[in-house]
Write a protein that binds this ligand. Structure first.
Ligand code: PMV
Length: 360
């Protein structure tokens, strides 16, 4: 089964209809998993081996604007790499399938970048070949590709904008399925708050979508500890696959996830911070342990990551309830409650603090 088949299933009679307006805009928050998605049972459809649970980061995310243009190629402007040093903020990317009628060479900064290809491939799922093209403006307020789930909010914002542009009037569940085709964790970014992505077991993945949990936790804080904003050395897609195929520890991962999901849901409904923090941290460490035992071994740790971890463990020993989680990058995300906000800001001067429930 191909992505295109799923799009057809979800859109039904609306499949490949033309845009009903010429402009649409949407924002989606990024999300940080407290119980990670690590391993796919279907590479094409981004179907996971386990369920996962995340919290969305309020105003931190991606804004996408789409305009139908009168050109015969897509133009993508973005405020983040793949810009090279010295490039202007906007980049122009021609449609990879077309060579003639392309814009001036100096404007084509990154036509063949994997980023452009991935995005245009995604857009092509929803339109007939050559029917219409877009000017796309992408803006994120998080470091891209540094383990901060930038593709998650990017694809979620994109599918929401397309939903307006084509006036599909899709349910959040359907949007979650379509966002997943762009990137797995994007399925969770169509919601704000605590979100569970159900793994599902159908071959077509129609039961693999995210759902909002009803709980809110206004005192919960997340602190971004940026160790590096460099592109990761290995993509999460590759790292996941290598882990599933070669790590002897991977066989225990699904059991761990089941246990952690139950504990996190209990922690969330009882607002038990210690249980939440401890479970999220152990879950992240276990995910990285499966990577370390892959062949060849994968690690996203930088020396600074380990220094930070040790600092957090020492602070906990001294009685400060702070925990961390880590994704496919060197950065850590600190978990703590609002009453610790002042001390945490003093202890970590460069931290960027987000209250996931502040805008709900
Ligand atoms: O959706 P992807 O392909 O970017 O993978 C995300 C993987 C992790 O961030 C490490 C875990 C997660 O659940 O977000």
């Amino acid at each position: 089964m191909k992505k295109q088949d799923v799009v057809q299933l979800v859109l039904g009679k609306q499949y490949q209809k033309n845009p009903v307006c010429s402009f649409a805009k949407s924002f989606a928050p990024t999300n940080i998993a407290l119980c990670k998605y690590w391993g796919k049972r279907n590479q094409e459809l981004n179907l996971p081996i386990t369920s996962s649970l995340s919290v969305s980061l309020a105003h931190k995310g991606a804004t996408t604007e789409i305009k139908v243009n009168d050109k015969d190629y897509d133009v993508i402007y973005c405020n983040f790499p793949p810009l090279k040093k010295g490039d202007k903020r906007g980049i122009l990317i021609r449609h990879p399938e077309r060579s003639e009628g392309s814009p001036a060479q100096q404007e084509i900064l990154s036509a063949d970048s994997p980023f452009a290809k991935k995005l245009i491939e995604y857009l092509n799922l929803f339109r007939t070949k050559d029917s219409h093209f877009f000017d796309i403006y992408l803006e994120t307020n998080i470091p891209i590709a540094a383990g901060l789930a930038s593709s998650a909010c990017g694809f979620a914002a994109m599918i929401q904008a397309l939903n307006h542009l084509y006036d599909w009037q899709l349910s959040p569940q359907a949007l979650s399925i379509l966002a997943r085709l762009g990137s797995g964790s994007a399925s969770r970014s169509v919601f704000s708050g605590f979100v569970e992505w159900h793994m599902g077991d159908k071959i077509d993945g129609m039961d693999s979508y995210a759902e909002l949990l009803p709980d809110v936790w206004p005192e919960l804080c997340m602190g971004l500890l940026i160790v590096s904003d460099q592109e990761k050395t290995i993509s999460s897609r590759e790292a996941m696959q290598l882990t599933v195929e070669t790590s002897s520890l991977y066989s225990v991962w699904p059991k761990q996830v089941k246990k952690d999901l139950a504990a996190l849901k209990q922690a969330i409904s009882a607002q038990d911070f210690i249980l939440l923090g401890q479970t999220a941290e152990t879950n992240a460490m276990s995910m990285h342990a499966t990577m370390l035992s892959a062949c060849p071994s994968i690690t996203y740790y930088l020396p600074e990551t380990l220094v930070l971890m040790k600092k957090i463990w020492q602070l906990r020993k001294e009685g400060l309830p702070v925990y961390f989680t880590q994704d496919a990058g060197a950065n850590l995300k600190l978990l703590f409650e609002e009453k610790q906000l002042k001390i945490v800001s003093e202890l970590f001067p460069k931290i960027e603090i987000i209250k996931p429930f502040s805008s709900l």
